[in-house]
Design a protein around this ligand. Structure first.
Ligand SMILES: Cc1cc2nc3c(=O)[nH]c(=O)nc-3n(C[C@H](O)[C@H](O)[C@H](O)COP(=O)(O)OP(=O)(O)OC[C@H]3O[C@@H](n4cnc5c(N)ncnc54)[C@H](O)[C@@H]3O)c2cc1C
Length: 302
């Protein structure tokens, strides 16, 4: 039986793995895709203390190696079910069932969709949720980014270095992005389209254009575009734990300052839990806290 099973290999999960391994706890991370989580979609990370500048994939690789060095094991398997009884908890994956004393939920979040017709069908055919991953395919093309937060502005700035023309479409008349990013945006070649939302996607085999509707005037404008980058927030990956642990109305896990959920021995770390600031550093901090609390729980219950 494992001491700790961590579900998700993003910064929360990998930091938990590092702390678990270092505490000589039998620690296993289960990751369904790539280690690094959302970090691998980040071109430049410049707000992780002590690291002046690093790409997301580089930071992911460094965290993965760091966790490995202290003996944590990482298996690439999707978790499809949980049993959270005392004293033995079960984690069911596509490959089998693991038994564990504690579980750390670190499944993070994924991009929110706009809900426009054909959006799903055109994902990967002009519609993208990751400028860093797909921006290179749009060299010298015309693209738009949808959103008004940090990610949307970062994406627009990144794309402006590759694409021929970049629009930023936002449904309000002001941005939510950090001031420093807004300053960079307004000094760039990105053209901001205010008070508008994407109402239609045009395609042949791939995206050929969009229609935008001005929400104040209802005026509809067609735009020829080859790329549409959607950056309108994220949804937590909590389907697995719906009905298992307590969630808030938006589907985020309710966990306290110690990252404890309402189930003994089950902790939540990172973007998956209700919190104000979802960043690499806050995810990593949660990962460390979870291990500290999981270790205390194991000592108390054995
Ligand atoms: C484009 C972009 C740019 C960003 N830039 C920055 C930045 O510059 N600085 C910063 O601090 N933050 C940045 N962030 C935010 C930061 O990446 C996130 O806050 C952070 O990655 C959250 O970490 P996490 O470990 O909680 O979750 P995630 O990174 O979402 O990782 C969760 C992992 O769990 C896995 N998983 C989910 N379900 C299962 C399952 N059932 N079984 C197994 N595995 C599962 C997923 O595959 C994923 O790998 C950015 C985010 C994006 C999208």
């Amino acid at each position: 039986m494992k001491d700790i099973i961590i579900i998700g290999g993003g910064p929360a999960g990998l930091t938990a793995a590092l702390y678990g391994g270092r505490a000589k706890l039998d620690t296993l991370v289960l990751e369904k895709q790539f280690h690094g989580g959302q970090m691998i979609n980040t071109n430049e990370v410049e707000n992780y203390p002590g690291v002046l500048e690093i790409t997301g994939p580089e930071l992911s690789a460094a965290m993965y190696e760091h966790a490995n060095r202290f003996g944590a094991k990482i298996a690439f398997e999707e978790v499809i079910g949980l049993e959270v009884n005392y004293p033995v908890k079960k984690v069911i994956t596509t490959n089998g069932t693991y038994e564990t004393k504690t579980i750390i939920l670190a499944m993070g979040a994924k991009p929110r969709q706009l809900g426009v017709e054909k959006e799903q069908e055109l994902w990967g055919k002009g519609v993208s949720y990751c400028a860093i991953c797909d921006g290179g395919f749009f060299k010298d093309k015309e693209v738009a980014v949808v959103g008004g937060g940090d990610t949307a502005v970062e994406d627009a700035l990144y794309l402006s270095r590759l694409a021929k023309k970049v629009y930023l479409i936002h449904r309000r008349n002001e941005l939510r992005a950090a001031q420093v990013l807004q300053e960079r945006l307004f000094a760039s070649s990105v053209q901001v389209i205010w008070d508008s939302q994407v109402s239609k996607l045009y395609s042949e085999q791939t995206l050929t254009g969009i229609a935008i509707t001005n929400i104040k005037t209802n005026e509809v404008t067609d735009m020829d575009l080859q790329g549409l980058f959607i950056a309108v927030g994220s949804v937590p990956a909590t389907k697995l734990v719906n009905g298992v642990v307590e969630l808030n109305e938006q589907g985020y896990i309710l966990a306290n300052e110690k990252c404890e959920t309402n189930i003994d021995g089950v902790f939540a770390a990172g973007d998956i839990r209700q919190k104000e600031l979802r960043q690499i550093i806050t995810a990593a901090a949660d990962g460390a806290i979870c291990i500290y609390q999981a270790e205390k729980y194991i000592l108390k219950t054995q």
